[in-house]
Design a binder for this molecule. Structure first.
Ligand SMILES: [Zn+2]
Length: 219
């Protein structure tokens, strides 16, 4: 499938999922909140020479931070999709190593970078990428033209984070994962969806939206 078909397919899945889960969203808002699961993994890319952009030990704290924040603020248990952190098996093309964000993340997704990311995701999930409960993949990239992390929201099953920022800003991973689960930016500095800073709170509405993402399941 081409990148455009994937985007359309993901958006259709998102609309269907959100429609089906509207009653659950309303129930969550009035206080029903059983623990749900999100399957997540981090894939560290290798540069053109085959050198990993980060070590597993450098990426793990951000993974664990996402786990802690989502459990506390949304009642969502993050589980590894096979493994928590893994290094890509071979070097990535430049388009996937140095990605764009607000100035071209969609074009990247439609081009060589998106194709490379989807190929890696399909291989690492044994082809079970499609559908409800699809795991989310965080790709650790070399550089980003704007921002330090990027998400196409529910239109993609992956997000990207910059290697050097991931080492110092653990919250970044949780923030991008929340974008992929349907959340957008807020103006409250204490909130996880404030673009910068240490904030990690979610409102009831944000928690309900995140919990009813197609990536978040009961079992
Ligand atoms: Zn953001």
């Amino acid at each position: 499938m081409t990148g455009l078909l994937w985007e359309i397919f993901n958006i259709l899945k998102e609309v269907l999922n959100r429609t089906i889960k509207l009653p659950e969203l309303l129930l969550t808002l009035v206080g029903f909140r059983s623990t749900k699961k999100l399957r997540l993994r981090v894939v560290i890319l290798r540069d053109e020479r085959g050198v990993p952009l980060a070590t597993n030990e450098e990426a793990l704290p951000a993974y664990e931070e996402a786990r802690r924040i989502l459990a506390r603020t949304a009642g969502v248990t993050v589980e590894p999709a096979g493994w928590r952190v893994v290094t890509a098996p071979h070097g990535a093309p430049k388009a996937a190593l140095d990605v764009r964000c607000t100035d071209g993340a969609w074009q990247d997704d439609l081009g060589q970078a998106g194709a490379f990311f989807r190929d890696l995701m399909a291989k690492s999930t044994g082809g079970t990428l499609v559908g409800y409960g699809a795991p989310l993949t965080v790709f650790v990239v070399r550089s980003m033209s704007t921002h330090n992390g990027c998400s196409l929201g529910p239109a993609a099953d992956y997000v990207t984070v910059e290697a050097k920022t991931l080492r110092g800003t653990r919250r970044l991973l949780a923030h991008e994962v929340a974008h992929a689960c349907g959340l957008w930016h807020t103006k409250n500095p204490a909130n996880l969806m404030f673009p910068r800073g240490p904030g990690e709170e979610l409102t009831h509405m944000q928690a309900a939206v995140l919990r009813t993402s197609r990536h978040v399941t009961h079992f």
